[in-house]
Structure formats: structure tokens, C-alpha cells
Design a protein around this ligand. Sequence first.
Ligand code: AHM
Ligand code: MG
Length: 335
Amino acid sequence: HEADANRTDLMTITRFVLNEQSKFPESRGDFTILISHIVLGCKFVCSSVNKAGLAKLLGLAGDTNIQGEEQKKLDVISNEVFVKALISSGRTCLLVSEENEDAIIVPPSQRGKYIVVFDPLDGSSNIDCGVSIGTIFGIYMVKDINNVTVQDALQPGSKLVAAGYCMYGSSCTFVLSTGYGVNGFTLDPSLGEFILTHPNIKVPKKGKIYSVNEGNAKNWDEPTTKYVANCKFPQDGSSPKSLRYIGSMVADIHRTLLYGGTFMYPADTKNPNGKLRVLYEVFPMSYLMEQAGGQAFTGKQRALDLVPEKIHDRSPIFLGSYDEIEKIKELYAEL
Ligand code: AHM
Ligand code: MG
């Protein structure tokens, strides 16, 4: 009968967030409103991704973004939708997007207390072949709403008040943490609502999968090389691990959260800071991984303790199952 009850008692994401926020007597619904605007952006992107081929949205917009990559039309549109939805929510004061070189300071008349850092459409090299892509976001609180500068976004990941992602895959999945565990919601397209389908996600303590771009192996540092060698040729009599690498961070992290294992984008001699961006890739995923009982490590320290100097800073990152990241930490400690 429980299944029946679930079918008629729909836990939408708005209801879920409202419930969580009701624990705080001072809460006035601002956070719920902010999340519903992020969710709106995700629904728009989801529907655009599904129609991408049909609507001829694919292809190059002819622009390059600040990282020097060609921007796909879908990136540009997604970014615009998120920026407009976030500003019009009236709950944000500062926005940092992967697609904008400068942070966006929200005009005083539309300001609220939240700072949102986001990658509107990550994994864009996967758009044209229909592989999963996603949106990643993190939310901070501002100190002084009347004096907002770009500096306000340069907070350590440990100060996040919430983080999440939306994966545009075989279904559209929204994963959120507000600091009380991790929950996953799946879009019911007929309702246009995200419904709680993955309550209280915990990453398995051990993992049988490793996920890394092995094409970069030539330039890896010693701990990364040793860890991956040990995945393939374990010295302790255990079975070798499986390699899974989609090249779309949201999809690789989603699998890691559900099945366990390690996701790595390490430093290499060409890219001493790796590839992934601290504020809107490394931090939100590290926050979710810790909230799910896993760990996130940069090769030097706990990822969430990093303090970015610039909004588009990068960092090496190792995240996943608790015991696996423990092994990686030991290898770095030997250095
Ligand atoms: P993007 O922001 O330009 O889409 O790049 C980020 C993506 C991540 O989703 C993924 O983990 C990584 O780049 C893959 O990089 P690589 O192709 O070097 O393995
Ligand atoms: Mg990205």
C-alpha cells in the first residue's frame, strides 16, 4: 500500500524545500522562491535539450567564451535563461556564470540576499551526440546586501548554503543539498514537476569504478599514476576496478553518487590546476559528495576549504567514495 500512497502523495521539489525550510522559524520563503527559479531554468534547458535537433538549436553561435572555447547556441540560450530567471526572482544579488567573464551584480531594486554561482550547461562537447549534459549550481549568502562586490563570491566551499545539479539524460534529474543530506528528484514531463525519487542519497563507502580522462596519463603526477595503476592491477588481491568516463561531469558525478567509486580531474604537467572550475564545478560537486558521506580532495587539501582568488579559478579534484579518497590522500601524503 505504500506504493499506492506514493503515487497519490506527490513530493514535489517545492513541497520538499518548503518542508525543509519550515524547520527555521525565521525563514520567509526566499530560499524556496530562489530554488523554484533555478528549477524553472532547468525545465527550460531540459526541454531545449530534448528538442535540440528538431529546433535547429544545435551548432555554433559564432562566439567564443572566456575560456576560449566555441560556444554552442544551447549554452548561450541556457545562460540567458538562468541569468534572467535568477535576477527576476528578486532573491539574488550576485551571479557568477561560467559563460560570463565578469560577475553580474544585480541592481539594488531587484536584490535579495543570495549569491548564485553556476555552469548553465556543462559538458557541452557532448551536446551534438546526445550524451547527458547538465547544469551545476552553488548558493551562498551575502554579508551586506547594500555593498555587493565580486569579492562576495570568493568564499570557500564550506560556506555554501546549498548546491545541486540537474542532469539532462534519459530522464531529467535534479539533485539538491541544503546541508541536510542529498535528495534526487525526477522530472515528470506530463506534470512538469520534479518528484522526489531518490531520497537521502548516500555514496557507497567503497567503490568498484574509477572515472578519469586516461588520455592525459602521460602528464599525470605520481599519486594519480599510482592510484590508477592500482585500480587496474590491485596489489591486495582484490579485483580490478571498472573504468567509466563520460566526459560530462554531471553524469560522471551522478553515477559516482549512486554507484560509488572515484571521479578525478587531476593536475598534469600541462595544466597544474587541472581543468575544472572551483566555484561552479568543484565546489558544488564536493559539497554534494560530502553531504552524501563521501569525500572531496584537491591533492593538497579538503576541496571545500579552498578559497578562490578569482571567479574562474581551477583546481585538481578527486571525489567519491570515502574509502577510495582516503587511499588517494595516503598516496599524496607519501610525496
Ligand atoms: P565544459 O565546462 O567546457 O563543458 O568542460 C567541463 C567538462 C566536464 O563536464 C568534464 O568533467 C570535463 O570537462 C571533461 O574534460 P576532458 O574532455 O578533458 O576529459
Ligand atoms: Mg563547465
